[in-house]
Design a protein around this ligand. Structure first.
Ligand code: PLP
Length: 395
């Protein structure tokens, strides 16, 4: 039995219950359907399933009960009618664009987007006649000024990576909707446990499920979430083009959602404690964390999000040698660019995630050589502090 989605269930209830359809075996935990195709009773049923006259699974490129489980559960958490899952976060963004844009269309996007998203817009979609203008995350008037007659999409990511700049989703949605422009939000950093962009006026949400939705660094996945009408177009693209999530990954992700709320709450609390400690540290020049009163968009972040999230960036006094010293003295924090894991990770953006862009562009973006990004996990904060202090003490 699947729980009644019309009922007014709380997020933590939906996270463990929504989307489950028990099989004839009445299993308690969600079943995993590792099958590429589904069998029909007879020729007439096959025809009806293929034409869409009869609902039911056909072929796992576009329908599978384990994918439906993950999709329905995620849609419930975002307060959406529907979700379509994809093989990765990048394929979710690509599917959204392929479903809703065409050659000649124009996008306005956050200046601080995830690196691969910028590459997708600039190096791939540009070749197919879709152009992109970047606008400041914190200045809605720049978004308004960037609008052209052919603008079809506002694409934002908030908070941004790694500087945690917060965009005002409601303000940008108002500007976009006055001109009939769709608004999509990459909700990777907050997840629906902390921020629900559709309630703030966004039309679509995209996820890299690889991050907090999984939460334990195991699998890749993505999703596009929104109204039935808008996600149906994404489904049509996915059905034909095939950037499909595997059933196994969908199962891992659906189970990951069960603990999403408590993970996000605990990791955010750890992040706030660590950010507060870093801000008072004599070897630290500046801390970027929306949960700190010193953050330029602190008030907006606290209105729009349930907490500051679990990403903390900070600048050490000095440059690359000092930042690398902190990284290289870590024995507990993992030196890896991934985030969203219960294991805390540390990255030097200037030489990793943002290493492919020019030094000049990095300076414009505010990503200095002394900047470090920490994706805070579930370890004890005092252990994280001790690990960072080893390097900081040597500066
Ligand atoms: C990781 C990430 C993506 C891309 O997701 P993949 O699952 O790695 O393809 C997109 N947006 C943001 C904000 C991310 O952090």
């Amino acid at each position: 039995m699947s729980i009644d989605s019309n009922n007014d269930w709380q997020l933590e209830t939906l996270a463990v219950r929504a989307g489950q359809e028990r099989s004839q075996f009445n299993e308690h935990s969600e079943a995993l359907y590792l099958t590429s195709s589904f069998v029909f009773e007879n020729a007439a049923q096959a025809a009806a399933r293929f034409s869409g006259e009869e609902e039911g699974n056909v072929y796992s490129r576009f329908s599978n009960p384990t994918l439906s489980l993950f999709q329905d559960r995620l849609a419930a958490l975002e307060g959406a009618e529907s979700a379509i899952c994809t093989a990765s976060g990048m394929s979710a963004i690509m599917s959204l664009v392929m479903a809703h844009l065409k050659a000649g269309d124009h996008v306005v996007a956050s200046a601080g987007l995830f690196g691969a998203t910028i590459q997708l817009f600039n190096n791939i979609l540009a070749r197919f006649g879709i152009s992109t203008t970047y606008a400041s995350q914190t200045r809605p008037e720049e978004w308004a000024a960037a609008i052209r007659p052919e603008t079809k999409l506002f694409f934002l990511e908030t908070p941004s990576n790694p500087l945690t700049e917060v965009a005002d989703i409601a303000a940008l949605a108002e500007i976009a909707h006055a001109k009939g422009i769709l608004v999509a939000v990459d909700n990777c950093f907050c997840t629906p446990a902390l921020q629900r962009p559709l309630e703030l006026g966004a039309d679509l949400v995209v996820h890299s499920a690889t991050k907090y939705l999984d939460g334990q660094g195991r699998v890749l996945g993505g999703a596009v979430v929104g109204s039935k009408k808008l996600t149906e177009e994404v489904f049509k693209f996915l059905r034909t083009a095939g950037p499909t999530l595997s059933a196994f990954n969908a199962w891992v992700l659906a189970k990951g959602l069960e603990t999403l709320k408590i993970r996000m709450a605990a990791q955010s609390a750890n992040a706030l404690e660590l950010a507060t400690w870093l801000e008072a540290h004599p070897k630290v020049a500046r801390v970027f964390y929306p949960g700190l009163a010193s953050h330029p968009q602190h008030a907006l972040a606290m209105r729009q999000q349930k907490s500051g999230g679990a990403i903390v960036s900070f600048e050490v006094k000095g440059g690359k040698p000092e930042a690398w010293k902190v990284v290289d003295n870590c024995r507990l924090l993992s030196i890896t660019a991934n985030l969203g894991d219960v294991k805390t990770t540390i990255t030097h953006p200037a030489t990793t995630t943002h290493g492919r862009i020019s030094a000049e562009a990095r300076t414009t973006a505010g990503i200095g050589d002394g900047l470090l990004r920490i994706a805070v996990g579930l370890e004890a904060v005092q252990d994280l502090q001790a690990d960072l202090e080893r390097g900081l003490a040597q500066l």
